[in-house]
Design a protein around this ligand. Structure first.
Ligand code: ZN
Length: 75
């Protein structure tokens, strides 16, 4: 597996899409390639940030937006 394959699979996984590669192969690559490990950390941080900004309003369950923020956004 190349770095490109690994990152493509991880990116798809983060987006909730089919990685298109064996998760095991991706993990093995991550253990052997610190560049992709660093990339994954950055990608996860970015995804969490985007999720907090965009996703909160769509999730009606456990990650509900705090009331005071919701009121601010509504007005
Ligand atoms: Zn790599």
């Amino acid at each position: 597996m190349s770095c490109l394959d690994c990152r493509t699979a991880l990116s798809a996984e983060l987006d909730g899409e089919e990685p298109g590669h064996s998760p095991h192969a991706v993990r093995v690559h991550l253990h052997t390639c610190e560049h992709c490990g660093t990339w994954l950390s950055a990608a996860r941080g970015l995804q969490r940030l985007v999720g907090e900004l965009m996703g909160a309003r769509y999730q009606d369950g456990e990650n509900r937006m705090p009331d005071r923020i919701g009121q601010g956004a509504r007005g």
